[in-house]
Design a protein around this ligand. Sequence first.
Ligand code: UDP
Length: 308
Amino acid sequence: MRVFISGVAGFLGSHLADLLLGKGDEVVGADNLVTGNKQNIQHLDGNKAFRFLQQDVTIPFEIDGKFDRIYHLASPCSTAAYTKHQIAMLKTNSQGTWNLLELAERTGARFLLASSSEVYGDALIHPQPEDYWGNVNSVGLRSMYDEGKRFAESCTMAYRRARNVDTRIVRLFSAYGPRMDVLDGRVVINFIQEALANRPLTVYGDGRQTRSLCYVSDLVEGMVLAMESDYDQPINLGSPEEVSIRQIAVEICDLIPKCLSKLVFQPMSPDDPRHRCPDIRLARQVLHWFPKVPRTVGLQRMIEYYRT
Ligand code: UDP
């Protein structure tokens, strides 16, 4: 198959490209390198089945040939980006989604939107099933991402209904793994860097807020299964194993020999969700998917990657 990936030089995009190329697909990947990093795809230099386009998908663009599949992953999406890339977040999820849906319509490709657990906001239902409509602050500090993804989902469904574009939507929950940007401010990458340097691990709030971490290889495998399935409504992909932030800090320290880091506590951002955990019954049922990489294994792989 000929596949287009937006955001190919990002953490998830680069792992997805590896998986698809490994399956024998031809991949054209675009990235404007605002938060993506060319180092993430450097190992693909010289691979004849891969082509990189430095392209901002918010600007309409022409591209030769037909595509069978379009994966839309482009969007700044980290804690740091909530401050630095607010407008870009809104644009990639609105105008960028629009342009790629147009490309899907023009080329007859099936389109998959990488949406996010952020569409649920500070959820009042726990764990979050796909039919929960969410609790989002439309003017909050995360609103650019939350509302951006909500718009992107709406846009995807409108192209499905009005233009017959064949679409899929996955809602991703807290991915982690090698190639995460060291500056993006996310909890696992911050803690690993702090622990490797024997600095204190900075916990926001009391550390009792929870997340559920899904290793990147599991997540991209779920995305491909969703793309190739017949199921066309939103589907959660993530780990159902909920863990507190304080516990993640302790586990990372325990995995690093001679780690002497203590925890320090700083105030939490007002829009930081207290709990986040996917209900993945749908993914189990329709995709036969569930995360396989245990957290200790995933964290260990990530520690080794950043140690070297
Ligand atoms: N967090 C923390 N220390 C850090 C980075 C994050 O305690 O150095 C907390 C953050 O306040 C949040 C949780 O970890 O409650 C997950 O944050 P992250 O930015 O990784 O992802 P998100 O909030 O988007 O799920």
